[in-house]
Ligand binder design. Structure first.
Ligand SMILES: Cc1ncc(COP(=O)(O)O)c(C=O)c1O
Length: 426
């Protein structure tokens, strides 16, 4: 897939014409875009934090409210979409987004909860092999989760946590350095847990390679895909990752606190000896209601479920997954690469030393987000663009994150953002 970088122009007309030619441009109409006081749409670039509301989300949720209203408990079986098996309606679409098979995929809980549940099964430290490898500067919740898992097993974080650091004066991690750290710690690594895309730098890791070298060293390999799911091309099954977890309120537009997703590779589908925390929804669905006291896990990712599913959360996510299916993940990624390359081009045209992009320039090492480092941590720049209708975010100490999302952002949005940034710098 080629980006059109060489053909980009820094003009309003170019942005408008490119937006008009964009075959995915009409998908914006399917979302509510918040308004400025003037009545104009804001320039929304925080789909990496909370995706916009699909206009169909309300009808999906209302259907379930209606069935609850008219059927009460009978809705478990007689609702238009019976609640008993409602989560199964999302499996195939979600599996397609992450490059997995249905048996490997389930939606449930929230991200940090799922990371813990998966570590119960996949972080099994021994005296020899007890380390967890994460990227330095991983999202805080991931850091707390791995630290608490290490302590839970009676190990010391300073001995058992290995953080992958970029080289001095560099901000992104080189794959060869990941390889070196894994080689250096070899036999003592129990688990490698990386973010698919780092929330701060926007760097996408080479998950296939990390899985390969992790497995070669005897470690289990899992990914936190919070910033990757619905953003970059994922092939979890083929990459052979052991497990992954993600949230759906960012690129997958499920709404605040939306339901999370879990991947467990098929080769673990029938490994019922893996220790796991159990609950009745992970029990064999054919015999669940016999209410027996012996836990018989379901095959595959579904066997990690604990509780009966939150139907309203599932309903709002379905609205968005339908849109993803119609748009097609490959089409979205193609547009995303162009849109982000256009943003990168416009930023380079500003030619101002006070800003620099720390996200990798290689489109295969990033998703849609660019992280703009602001010299001297000057937050006034962020405040100034916010006052002009830009919704981006500031991450301490010195970064503005900007995520043009291919489902609802246009080339014109990106152009307007760059113009505002240029004005504010001037
Ligand atoms: C990379 C990453 N990990 C974990 C979390 C925490 O997610 P949750 O609050 O859904 O558990 C987030 C939330 O933004 C995140 O971006």
């Amino acid at each position: 897939m080629q980006t059109q970088r060489t053909k980009f122009e820094s003009t309003e007309e170019f942005a408008r014409k490119t937006s008009e030619r964009d075959s995915l441009g009409h998908f914006r109409e399917r979302f509510y875009v918040p308004k400025q006081a003037s009545g104009e749409d804001v320039l929304y670039f925080t789909g990496n934090s909370l995706g916009l509301q699909p206009k169909t989300a309300r009808a999906f949720v209302e259907q379930e409210l209606k069935d609850w209203e008219t059927l009460g408990v009978e809705g478990h079986f007689r609702a238009k979409n019976a609640w008993m098996s409602y989560h199964e309606l999302l499996t195939e679409q979600m599996a397609n987004i992450i490059g997995a098979r249905a048996v490997e995929t389930v939606v449930m809980n929230s991200l940090s909860v799922n990371l813990h549940l998966l570590m119960v099964s996949f972080y099994r430290p021994t005296l020899e092999r007890h380390k967890i490898v994460i990227e330095a500067g991983a999202f805080p919740s991931d850091q707390y989760a791995v630290q608490s898992q290490i302590k839970f097993h009676g190990f010391d974080v300073k001995d058992s946590l290995v953080e992958l650091q970029p080289r001095e004066n560099e901000t992104i991690l080189r794959t060869e350095d990941i390889e070196r750290t894994i080689a250096e710690n070899g036999d003592s690594i129990a688990l490698i847990l990386l973010g698919g895309v780092n929330y701060y730098t926007g760097q996408a890791f080479d998950m296939r390679r990390v899985t390969e070298i992790g497995h070669a060293s005897g470690a289990v390999v899992g990914f936190d895909l919070a910033h990757a799911a619905g953003n970059i091309k994922l092939d979890l099954h083929d990459w052979n990752a052991d497990f992954a977890a993600w949230c759906s309120y960012k690129y997958l537009n499920s709404g605040p606190g939306g339901i999370g997703g879990v991947f467990v590779h098929e080769r673990h589908a029938e490994n019922f000896d893996l220790p796991r925390f159990a609950g009745w929804w992970g029990h064999d669905k054919a015999t669940r209601f016999l209410m027996d006291d012996k836990f018989v896990p379901m095959r595959g990712a579904e066997g990690w479920q604990l509780s009966n599913q939150p139907i309203f959360l599932l309903a709002s996510l379905r609205a968005s997954l339908d849109i993803f299916e119609t748009a097609g993940m490959d089409n979205l990624i193609e547009k995303s690469r162009n849109l982000t390359a256009y943003l990168e081009f416009l930023l380079s045209e500003i030619k101002d030393e006070r800003i620099s992009v720390i996200t990798p320039a290689d489109p295969y090492q990033r998703g849609c987000q660019l992280s703009i480092r602001v010299q001297n941590s000057d937050k006034n720049l962020f405040k100034a663009i916010s006052e002009k209708g830009v919704v981006a975010d500031w991450r301490e100490p010195d970064v503005i994150r900007v995520a043009p999302v291919p489902l609802y952002n246009s080339f014109t949005d990106v152009y307007q953002f760059a113009e505002i940034l240029k004005d504010c710098l001037a």
